[in-house]
Design a binder for this molecule. Structure first.
Ligand SMILES: Nc1ncnc2c1ncn2[C@@H]1O[C@H](COP(=O)(O)OP(=O)(O)OP(=O)(O)O)[C@@H](O)[C@H]1O
Ligand SMILES: O=P(O)(O)O[C@H]1[C@H](OP(=O)(O)O)[C@@H](OP(=O)(O)O)[C@@H](O)[C@@H](O)[C@@H]1OP(=O)(O)O
Ligand SMILES: [Mg+2]
Ligand SMILES: [Mg+2]
Length: 339
């Protein structure tokens, strides 16, 4: 049996380390072994591979010491490479460097800019015009480090709405996309794309009446639960991006970032696919047949079948905190339609 060590917080542990996955891996000769971070990692080895989603300094130190002793054991992924995804600017920069296209379809990102100073958000500042951005905007905390506050976003309709924001914040143009988001899950050389519910379009005439800002949080996680048939059928009808484009996006990003485990949130605006978010070690367990999808990846790793992506990259980040009450997806939709 191959030993794959895993280190997660309790939330990830509960959603990901489920019996069906442990069983599937076991049948392919892989034993998944829990790593206890309060004990020495070295003493809990040996491992044929380590997977993890923890970012504290103590854990990074443990990984570095383990790596020094076992340089041939793959650590999936290197903390230095993951850090790129903790900042919403560096996260998307790589997409613009890659310039991916297939036929008429291109992959790009929405127009966006980062604001570090709150005075730039004042009423009389022309920050938005100077940055070449147009309302409506989505404001996203610069840091995307998995904290609850990093998922607290805000739709901003005018200058007044900007005043409600805390810095540092990324202002990204809101792009109508039919209420459907494509989520491309990557696990090494394995790539799978699914459709999910997204923010609804905002009609041009509606825009004239919308004022201020509307906060929201983790919309694509919400099931289409409220019996809204039109949303459901929108999702069903939406055409999937070409398989080749999806695979190429996954491959190119994996190589460029030196990461093996991530997903890409992508929306469609005509022939442009716009990447709006990239997440490290996302919720694979929400994929149909995730057990075999992820086991295939682990099998590749322990059998050294596919080169493990690895790339030295490092960015520094600030801790960011945002307070306030946040609405759910359907409340946002309701708020938009009521105004
Ligand atoms: N530029 C945009 N134009 C239109 N809708 C957008 C845009 N950016 C984000 N959204 C909507 O907001 C949702 C949340 O945005 P985003 O994925 O950036 O946040 P997140 O907190 O990082 O999400 P996750 O839970 O996937 O990590 C998206 O799923 C999409 O519905
Ligand atoms: O828990 P879930 O299954 O919802 O997974 C979500 C995951 O949460 P978890 O890793 O804490 O579990 C999030 O991680 P953080 O940014 O908060 O670190 C982020 O990756 C989301 O994009 C994932 O949702 P998905 O993109 O797959 O829909
Ligand atoms: Mg997202
Ligand atoms: Mg995200």
């Amino acid at each position: 049996m191959y030993r794959v060590g895993y280190a997660f917080d309790s939330r990830k542990f509960e959603s990901f380390i489920v019996d069906s996955f442990l069983e599937c891996a076991k049948q392919r000769g892989i034993d998944l072994v829990q790593i206890h971070t309060d004990r020495s990692l070295i003493e809990q080895g040996p491992f044929d591979c380590v997977i993890h989603k923890l970012y504290d300094e103590d854990w990074k130190k443990q990984l570095a010491e383990f790596s020094a002793l076992h340089p041939n054991t793959p650590i999936i992924d290197r903390p230095e490479s993951i850090e790129r995804l903790h900042n919403r600017i560096s996260m998307l920069e790589v997409v613009t460097q890659l310039k991916i296209s297939l036929g008429n379809d291109t992959v790009w990102i929405p127009k966006q800019a980062v604001i570090h100073e709150s005075k730039a958000l004042d009423d009389d500042a022309n920050a938005i015009e100077e940055l070449g951005l147009k309302f409506p905007l989505i404001a996203k905390p610069l840091m995307a480090n998995g904290s609850d506050s990093s998922h607290k976003l805000c739709l901003v309709f005018d200058r007044e709405g900007l005043k409600t924001l805390s810095v540092p914040v990324v202002l990204q143009e809101f792009v109508n996309h039919g209420g459907v988001i494509f989520k491309v899950y990557v696990a090494g050389q394995h790539v799978k794309c699914v459709k999910r519910k997204s923010l609804p379009d905002i009609a041009e005439e509606k825009l004239e009446t919308l004022r201020g800002s509307v906060p929201f949080s983790q919309i694509s996680n919400l099931a289409v639960e409220d019996g809204d048939d039109s949303v459901e059928s929108n999702i069903e009808r939406a055409e999937m991006p070409a398989g080749e484009l999806v695979v190429e996006l996954g491959r190119a990003l994996r190589e460029a970032m030196g990461l093996n485990l991530f997903n890409v949130d992508m929306i469609r605006d005509g022939s442009r696919y716009l990447v709006i978010d990239i997440n490290y070690f996302p919720g694979y367990s929400k994929l149909p047949a995730f057990e075999s999808f992820f086991t295939d990846f682990l099998w590749d790793v322990v059998h050294k079948e596919s080169g493990i992506a690895a790339f030295p990259y490092s960015v520094f980040f600030l801790i960011y905190k945002l307070d306030g009450a946040y609405l759910h997806a359907r409340d946002v939709a309701a708020a938009i339609s009521k105004r």
